[in-house]
Design a protein around this ligand. Structure first.
Ligand code: F6R
Length: 611
């Protein structure tokens, strides 16, 4: 939600800021802006809409200067407009601020500042921060202290980048509950909401922690806590490839990321399930027999796609350990006073590692003495740093707003965690484990076989692109994949789509089925195949068109479904990974046919750092 970037050094900053914003646009894309210090004054350029609009403005009237901050916005307070875009400046242009997050007490502060004579031009919470820093600065405390005094006053969440007209050599950054990294260069330094924004310039970063602020010059970085004590940090070396954050010849990040799945799954499986070992390598994760025996309940908490991956984990972990597992969406979990104690394990699943609700669920669990295991993609993210144990899915940067490769990697991670617990609990024999291992080792090839069918799935999307109502149905783990397939279709094709447990249809929603409805039925679960097939017959009898996603060998007779996508055979627990792939491709090609903005769908942002 919103991306911020900042630069201080001896190069012209505007190009660096724009380049950084391009790589952060997935975080928000309804408006953008930069503020550049030209040595005397701060010049601000902002524009509603995509970054190209801002670039056009800058090309017409370039701004020069070696210190600057930039922002790409996902609107929270006030509609997308030039005025509401960041950076926000104080009345006489002394202070400029970019902000990601929400200032919860901004109305009180705004009223107080209005009484002191400040005039507000935007509807944003962020403008309050600019004026408040200006207010303290004009009391004579100095620039850095003015930011510090402001941090003491504001409540809510923020990653901030601040510059001051009188200090062309200083960039101040601060963070609470929103991500912020500081890139360390040679005679130049950077700030950014996420690593890809600065990866072309440096691989060395500091992660700012909550309630810390940094005073950054071109040749120094000093980080302080809220007691104003300097904090010494370890430098984190970013190891992934720059290409991982580029499109690499694909038309969209989404299709690139879908196609990366065989490699990612192969790497994850090889790392966690060494071929010559008869165990799952859970190095650094406290899930031995004695740890599991201590548990009386497990929660799996996440949002959106990550929650769907968690649901698959729930089924498997409960089945093997016989410990009650409750899966919940984080925005509900955090407000419903769940029973948590020291015998609770909370597993949080998050691609970004920054989702506000998931992070808060983690903190609630920790406050109540539970152990927290995080299944995370973004290395060094807040969730990864605050959890007791981390299982990295190592999917590399996921740029497309719609999650694909992170989903299948999260599912594999949840399955590996579940199978590890099964081994520890004695619920899996050596032979069973060997079978599972060989199934995992074939997964990449099988996903590859599905990807080879992309053209066929594209043709199906073309055939059904006029559909306006789509139902996904399935039972057991197929129901979970239905939820994920339906979410993908909603978010990138903007189609009304619902996922239903196939057996639930006749308890109400079947009333909506008519000859304009498309039903996508997922049937990978052998023992539920006949049941779901009956449900297909019910919807066909009511005029729906049906696409079935079934495993090879489980033939569906001509006439039982209008179209069938066969996927390679796999054991019940692993089949969801395969079934997800045609669902992803179908959503992608539907969106393609409908001409939507696939990588940056309307109203969405990649990293949801507000509640
Ligand atoms: C959907 C999607 C979202 C995220 C959700 C959680 O394609 O990407 O539903 O899964 O916002 O995000 P993370 O995993 O970053 O916590």
């Amino acid at each position: 939600m919103c991306g911020i970037v900042g630069y201080i050094g001896n190069q012209q900053s505007s190009g660096i800021l724009i380049d950084g914003l391009k790589r952060l646009e997935y975080r928000g894309y309804d408006s953008a802006g930069i503020a550049v210090h030209d040595g005397e004054n701060i010049n601000v350029v902002k524009s509603k809409g995509k970054l190209v609009n801002l670039v056009e403005k800058i090309n017409k009237a370039p701004v020069r200067g070696t210190l600057g901050i930039g922002h790409t916005r996902w609107a929270t307070h006030g509609a997308p407009s030039d005025i509401n875009s960041h950076p926000h400046i104080s009345g006489d242009g002394t202070i400029a601020v970019v902000h990601n997050g929400i200032i919860e007490n901004y109305i009180d502060i705004k009223n107080e500042l209005i009484e002191k004579g400040y005039t507000f031009v935007s509807e944003t919470d962020t403008e309050t921060v600019a004026h408040l820093i200006d207010y303290y600065y004009k009391t004579g405390v100095g620039f850095v202290d003015a930011v510090y005094e402001t941090l003491k006053r504001i409540e809510g969440s923020y990653a901030l980048g601040v510059i001051c007209k009188d200090f062309p050599d200083t960039l101040v950054a601060a963070r609470k509950n929103c991500p912020l990294v500081i890139g360390i260069g040679k005679n130049e330094n950077f700030i950014a909401s996420d690593i890809p924004a600065i990866l072309h310039h440096t691989r060395k970063v500091y992660f700012l922690d909550d309630m810390e602020f940094a005073v950054i010059k071109s040749d120094s970085i000093k980080i302080f806590n809220m007691d104003k004590n300097e904090v010494k940090k370890d430098i984190f070396n970013v190891e992934w490839d720059i290409d991982a954050a580029e499109k690499g010849g694909y038309e969209h990040f989404m299709i690139k990321e879908i196609n990366e799945q065989p490699r990612i799954i192969n790497e994850l499986v090889s790392m966690r399930m060494p071929k010559d070992k008869n165990f799952i390598d859970m190095s650094g994760i406290k899930l031995k027999k004695e740890d599991i025996n201590e548990l009386n309940r497990i929660y799996i908490v996440a949002c959106g796609t990550a929650y769907h991956a968690g649901l698959i984990g729930k089924t498997l972990i409960e089945k093997f350990t016989k410990i009650p597992v409750i899966a919940d969406v984080a925005s509900e979990f955090r407000y419903r006073e769940p029973v948590i104690d020291e015998k609770t394990l909370l597993i949080v699943v998050s691609q970004s590692g920054e989702t506000a609700d998931t992070l808060e669920a983690l903190r609630i669990a920790k406050r109540n003495s539970a152990r927290v295991l995080a299944v995370v993609n973004a290395v060094g993210s807040s969730i990864a740093r605050e959890a007791d144990d981390v299982f990295y899915i190592l999917a590399g940067p996921e740029i497309s707003v719609a999650s694909t490769k992170a989903f299948t990697a999260q599912v594999v991670a949840m399955e590996l965690i579940a199978f590890n617990m099964a081994i520890e609990c004695g619920a899996l024999s050596k032979e069973e484990f060997e079978t599972i291992k060989s199934e995992f080792y074939c997964l990449d090839t099988k996903i590859g076989q599905i990807l080879d069918e992309s053209e066929k799935i594209k043709a199906l999307a073309e055939k059904y692109s006029k559909s306006r109502n789509v139902f996904f149905i399935g039972r057991g783990l197929d129901y979970v994949v239905s939820k994920e397939g339906s979410l993908k279709l909603k978010e990138i094709a903007y189609l009304h789509s619902e996922a239903y447990a196939a057996g639930e249809l006749k308890h109400g929603p079947i009333a909506m089925i008519d000859d304009e409805t498309l039903v996508i039925a997922i049937l990978t679960q052998e023992k539920l195949f006949d049941k779901t097939l009956s449900n297909i017959k019910e919807v066909k009898a009511r005029g729906a068109s049906v696409i079935a996603i079934a495993v090879e060998g489980n033939n569906i007779a001509a006439g039982e479904a209008d179209d069938i996508i066969y996927i390679p055979r796999a054991m019940w627990s692993i089949a969801p990974v395969l079934a997800a792939v045609p669902a992803q491709l179908f959503a992608y090609y539907m969106a393609y046919c409908l001409g939507t903005d696939i990588d940056q769908p309307r109203n969405l942002a990649k990293s949801v750092t507000v509640e």
